[in-house]
Design a protein around this ligand. Structure first.
Ligand code: ZN
Length: 221
């Protein structure tokens, strides 16, 4: 068994690789709220444990053993989030912090039972795919809302769940996974987008839009 700290590092390496393209000391320090020196110390341990490979100035990548653990923690995290949201009615901006603690506490048997109780769901409340118990995970959307141009229509796939204030502001304008949004305007200076969501028009900053992934456009024949 691994400590919660080891599990957190592996999870964050996995997430940052996806979100930022790489996992660096500073990126991990920011995400975990620790000093860069602590991250360097943990990198050494994780390299010795053969869970990551570290290239100085480039960042780290997970080994296959590291990835297996990361995906198990992510499975727990996302199932806990969905369970809290669906079974207990906890809002989507509150489930992430709870899941960050509970993900380490539940056994894989409890995670499997949560999955069964929820009908073996494919994604969490923020639209992120839930790995199955063998560590298989569905491909994630890579197109960001911030890449869309005026006139484009996109269906929301996933919202990065780290920022509770962002989730509250998106909830207030009705922006959730599976909702379709249309870009009406884009400010060429700030990158702010004016979106039509349902009947309403709402502004979203470029930073917010970069935290939102949309499905690839459907092919029109
Ligand atoms: Zn989360």
């Amino acid at each position: 068994m691994y400590t919660a700290a080891v599990e957190d590092y592996l999870k964050v390496v996995y997430e940052l690789t996806r979100e930022e393209g790489r996992a660096t000391t500073t990126g991990i320090a920011d995400r975990l709220g620790v000093a860069p020196a602590s991250v360097s110390g943990m990198f050494k341990k994780l390299v010795e444990m053969r869970l990551i490979e570290h290239t100085p100035y480039q960042g780290v990548v997970l080994t296959s053993a590291g990835q297996k653990i990361a995906l198990e923690v992510i499975r727990h995290h996302r199932l806990v989030e969905l369970y809290l949201a669906e079974a207990l009615g906890i809002p989507w901006d509150k489930v992430h912090a709870e899941a960050n603690r509970l993900e380490h506490a539940i056994s894989s048997d409890v995670a499997d039972r949560m999955a069964a109780a929820l009908g073996n769901p494919l994604s969490d409340p923020h639209g992120a795919p839930i790995p199955d118990k063998d560590g298989a995970i569905a491909p994630v959307a890579s197109r960001r809302l911030s890449d869309l141009q005026p006139g484009d229509v996109g269906r929301v796939a996933e919202v990065i769940d780290e920022d509770a204030a962002l989730l509250r502001s998106l909830a207030s304008i009705g922006l959730f996974p599976n909702v379709t949004v249309q870009v009406l305007e884009r400010d060429t200076g700030s990158g702010e987008l004016m979106l039509r969501i349902g009947e309403g028009d709402h502004a979203v900053s470029s930073r917010e839009a970069s935290r939102i992934f949309v499905h690839e456009p459907e092919r029109k024949n």
